[in-house]
Design a protein around this ligand. Structure first.
Ligand SMILES: Nc1ncnc2c1ncn2[C@@H]1O[C@H](COP(=O)(O)OP(=O)(O)O)[C@@H](O)[C@H]1O
Ligand SMILES: [Mg+2]
Ligand SMILES: [Zn+2]
Length: 210
């Protein structure tokens, strides 16, 4: 009997007004955001996702649905779409109103090395700012070449901070997790526990002819 009552209740037409997910003003159904919030979100997406990778959201849509809300280690050879998939995921998270930061690891390390000359305090502050970033951190192209001890220690500090504070990270690398482990097992073991491992297909889209 109780069940019947619940069913008849749920069949009643919904009178509740839909509201914008961001500012809660009433909106027409389905879109999730009011027009001005939608414009702002689209502007954020356009400023954070390089034009070249804006189409990746549609291209990897199915995959993105499975990979949302997780920390990821995306491995595959050069040109297999690691950066593209990561930006696609980032676009979907930005659309959900989450904060994301993209870091190209080799470029970041290069900047840090120069900071080091100014005194360790600055370098340390820069490192911890990234390590403790509260949004989703995209660390792209980790270990593209053999990492120096400084690169490795920096990576350890970042990965460890994500790990202990349960903050999300999306790490891409042309190394397998085993290869990361050979380089530094403290890093690999933390990645293995906190990340879902995503292996890209063995294709180089940059040179592949369609
Ligand atoms: N699934 C795909 N189909 C076709 N082209 C793709 C695909 N994924 C990525 N690309 C394109 O291939 C190139 C390399 O992708 P990228 O994500 O930069 O690779 P990686 O980061 O693995 O080196 C880019 O120009 C990208 O637009
Ligand atoms: Mg890349
Ligand atoms: Zn709004």
């Amino acid at each position: 009997m109780k069940g019947n009552i619940q069913i008849s209740r749920s069949l009643k037409p919904k009178l509740k007004t839909e509201r914008c997910r961001r500012c809660y003003t009433p909106i027409e159904e389905k879109y999730g955001y009011c027009e001005s919030c939608m414009t702002r979100i689209c502007e954020t997406i356009e400023s954070k996702i390089p034009r070249k990778y804006l189409g990746m959201y549609n291209l990897y849509f199915e995959k993105i649905l499975q990979l949302r809300n997780k920390s990821l280690f995306i491995t595959g050879k050069t040109g297999s779409g690691k950066t593209g998939l990561s930006f696609g995921i980032m676009q979907s998270e930005l659309f959900d109103g989450k904060s994301c930061k993209y870091i190209c690891y080799p470029e970041y390390i290069d900047g840090l090395r120069n900071f080091q000359n100014d005194g360790m305090r600055t370098a340390h502050y820069e490192k911890m700012k990234i390590a403790n970033y509260e949004g989703i951190l995209l660390l792209d192209d980790v270990g593209a070449e053999t990492l120096s001890e400084f690169d490795r220690e920096t990576l350890y500090i970042i990965v460890n901070a994500r790990y202990i504070y349960n903050r999300r990270a999306i790490i891409t690398s042309n190394m397998s997790l085993n290869q990361v482990g050979e380089m530094d097992d403290r890093i690999a073991s933390r990645i293995a526990e906190m990340c879902e491992i995503v292996e890209m297909e063995d294709i180089d889209y940059r040179v592949a002819t369609v």
